[in-house]
Design a protein around this ligand. Structure first.
Ligand code: AMP
Ligand code: MG
Length: 398
């Protein structure tokens, strides 16, 4: 069977995960999610003419003569005042920043240009009409499409929605991803290690990656290489999660628990033309999309980056589900297997003149090299050797 290309498998995974449903979510749950419909401003911003300064609301014409001028302070308007008295000619009203400008006033004199008095104020400088007034609607007009469908909700966009008085927004919800590691050799950190055992790392790494992608993760305690234990571990979560991500047990050896357990389900096990991360499983387990990643830690994490993360972001309607890429020159040469896309780990410093340094070798057990890297170096299928200084595509990991 000829291997599946990276692009083909990426497409299959994205199709399996599909699109999450749209719902209205409170603003404080929307950070990082994507707007599913345009937002039409229900009111203008600012909602009313208000003062840009602490000072005095005036008629500019009353300051047009000789200065300084003394005028009676007829009222005091703090921010939040809801009822106003019209400004009578020849008087002023003390006003605070953000307070509504009273009818009849056409400018605000900042307090620094006055003696600050509260009964009769002395004003030293004139103003022109409109000065220090923030006109209603000068930021947003009522009925404007202020935020377009597809906008990723960031602190500033959530602030804008709140300023518009919107308690919730339409978004595609976060997928809930169940992460399950397999392997009889795996031991939980914090418990003693016997000879032949290792501490588990993929579950922590993959669940964190799910959360880093803005999704909800449940990290299930890992299961031994036992088919019945595998089914039993998943059973309580069917119907409750959107995607299952497993690691380990998909290679060509014996005791390949994931392969054995899912063989008679709607799950395909393929060889993808990539290194690391060749063996991949994908399909549905009791109707739930399941993505079975290989067990070597670097293979599992690279598989997540290349296949799972873009599919999860796309499921929330993200306009750019792929990590950003850049072009950089490698600082040392490397070799790559023919017919496979190689993803090497690298350290890229954009401020150093677009160079990338390979970190560690190609081995898929080199977890510390992955931890020290900030990008993947992509070596195309047909390239087997790259000399130092060659230009490569780097895909950021953060
Ligand atoms: P497997 O794909 O199950 O054959 O595992 C391949 C290699 O990855 C073996 O050396 C495993 O011990 C290791 N491995 C598998 N799963 C994990 C895990 N969750 N954490 C750390 N190492 C793992
Ligand atoms: Mg295993």
């Amino acid at each position: 069977m000829s291997p599946t290309s990276v692009a083909e498998h990426r497409k299959r995974v994205a199709e399996l995960v599909g699109l999450m449903p749209v719902l209205q979510l409170p603003l404080d749950e929307c950070l990082g999610l994507v707007l599913a419909a345009d937002v039409i401003a229900p009111l203008p911003l600012p909602p009313f003419d208000n003062s840009a300064m602490d000072g005095y609301a005036v008629r500019a014409a009353d300051l047009a003569g000789e200065l300084p001028v003394r005028l009676r302070v007829a009222d005091d308007i703090p921010a939040g005042r809801t009822e106003l008295n019209a400004l009578e000619p020849g008087t002023v009203q003390r006003i605070m920043t953000g307070a509504p400008v009273p009818p009849g006033a056409d400018a605000v004199v900042q307090v620094e240009w006055t003696d600050g008095a509260t009964d009769t104020v002395t004003i030293n400088r004139a103003v022109v009409p409109g000065q220090n007034i923030r006109t209603g609607g000068d930021d947003v007009r009522k009925g404007d499409a202020v935020l377009a469908a597809g906008t990723v909700l960031r602190p500033s966009t959530l602030g804008l929605a709140s300023a518009l008085g919107l308690p919730e927004l339409p978004v595609r919800r976060r997928p809930h991803v169940l992460v399950l590691s397999t392997g009889s050799e795996l031991v939980e950190p914090g418990t003693p290690l016997r000879p032949g055992q290792i501490y588990e790392s993929n579950g922590m790494m993959l669940a964190s990656s799910v959360r880093d992608a803005g999704c909800v993760a449940t990290q299930l305690r890992f299961v031994p290489d036992d088919v019945e234990a595998f089914h039993q571990a998943l059973r309580p979560y069917l119907g409750a999660v959107d995607v299952i991500v497993t690691s380990g047990g998909v290679s060509a050896g014996a005791y390949e628990v994931v392969k054995d357990a899912l063989a008679d389900h709607d799950v395909q096990f393929t060889k993808v033309a990539m290194q690391p991360g060749g063996p991949q499983g994908s399909g549905r387990y009791e109707g739930v999309p399941v993505l079975s990643l290989p067990g070597n830690p670097v293979s599992a994490q690279v598989s997540f980056e290349v296949f799972v993360r873009p599919a999860l972001l796309a499921s929330m309607g993200h306009p750019r589900p792929e990590r950003p890429t850049a072009r950089a020159a490698i600082t040392s040469g490397l070799t790559s297997p023919a017919g496979k896309t190689q993803f090497r780990r690298g350290l890229h410093d954009p401020s150093s003149g677009q160079v990338v340094t390979p970190v560690g070798g190609p081995g898929s057990h080199l977890l510390s090299a992955l931890a020290l890297s900030n990008c993947l170096i992509e070596v195309p299928e047909d390239v087997t050797e790259l000399a130092a200084g060659s230009e490569v595509v780097v895909r950021y990991l953060q």
